[in-house]
Design a protein around this ligand. Structure first.
Ligand code: DC
Length: 222
C-alpha cells in the first residue's frame, strides 16, 4: 500500500501549497482537512448557529450532510450536496472553524470521513492533528512551521491575489487568535507528533520544502 503522508502546522505555514505540490509530484490524493471544518463553519455562519454553543453545534452536526468526493486527485468537500468551493476561504470562516473545531461533537463527526479518505494510502493529508490523532500510524509525518511575521505576510499575499484585500494588522490579530485556540484546545490540539520531522519554511520556497520532504521519504525507503 502507498503511504499516508501527514502535514500539520499552524495557519500560514505553507501547508496547502506544499501538500498540493507534493501530492501532484507523487500522484497521491490531496486531502485538506481544514476545508471540512471550514465547510461546517460556513454553514454555521449561514444558519446563524452559535459556534461556541455545544448544543447548537450538536444539532448542526446531526442535520448536516458532509461528504468528500475525489475529483481528479483532490478530495472536495460537499455540504448538503453543495460544493462550497472558495466561499470557505475567508478569515471569518477560518476563525469560526477554529472555534467550532474545539468541540468534541464536531471532531467526532469529521474523524471517520478523514480516516476513510486515507484508508487506501497514497494520500497527503494536511491539518492540525493528522499525525497525532487522525493517522497516528502514518509512515511519513511532517510538521511544517514558519515564523509568525512570514506566515502573516504569506496569508496577506494570498488574500490580495484572490482580490480579497485585508489589513495586515487584522490578519495578524486573527492569526494569533487562531494559533492560540488551535494549540491550546483540550482535544487534538496542534502539536508535532513525536515521530514527525519538523521543517521550518521561513526562508524556504515551496519547491525547496517539497524537495526536503522527498529526500526524507527516500531516506525512509532506502
Ligand atoms: O487549515 P485551515 O486554516 O483551513 O483550518 C481552519 C481551522 O480548522 C483551523 O484554524 C483549526 C481547524 N482544523 C482543525 O481543528 N483540525 C484540522 N485537522 C484542520 C483544521
Amino acid at each position: 500500500m502507498k503511504p499516508v503522508i501527514t502535514i500539520d502546522g499552524p495557519a500560514g505555514a505553507g501547508k496547502s501549497t506544499v501538500s498540493k505540490a507534493l501530492a501532484t509530484r507523487l500522484q497521491f490524493i490531496y486531502l485538506d482537512t481544514g476545508a471540512l471544518y471550514r465547510a461546517l463553519a460556513y454553514k454555521a455562519l449561514k444558519c446563524k448557529v452559535d459556534v461556541n454553543d455545544p448544543d447548537e453545534l450538536g444539532q448542526l452536526c446531526s442535520s448536516t450532510d458532509v461528504i468528500l468526493k475525489n475529483e481528479n486527485g483532490v478530495m472536495t468537500v460537499f455540504v448538503d450536496g453543495e460544493d462550497v468551493g472558495d466561499k470557505i476561504r475567508t478569515e471569518e470562516v477560518g476563525l469560526a472553524a477554529s472555534t467550532l473545531s474545539t468541540f468534541p461533537v464536531v471532531r467526532e463527526k469529521l474523524l471517520h470521513l478523514q480516516r476513510e479518505a486515507g484508508a487506501r494510502g497514497g494520500i497527503v493529508a494536511e491539518g492540525r492533528d493528522m499525525g497525532s490523532v487522525v493517522f497516528p500510524d502514518a509512515e511519513i509525518k511532517i510538521f511544517l512551521d514558519a515564523g509568525a511575521g512570514e506566515r502573516i505576510r504569506r496569508r496577506h499575499e494570498e488574500l490580495v491575489q484572490k482580490n480579497k484585500p485585508v489589513v495586515l494588522s487584522d490578519i495578524s490579530r486573527d492569526m494569533q487568535a487562531r494559533d492560540y485556540q488551535d494549540s491550546q484546545r483540550k482535544i487534538a490540539p496542534l502539536i508535532a507528533a513525536p515521530d514527525a520531522i519538523i521543517i521550518d519554511s521561513t526562508s524556504l520556497n515551496v519547491s525547496q520544502v517539497v524537495e526536503k520532504i522527498l529526500e526524507h521519504i527516500s531516506g525512509i525507503h532506502d
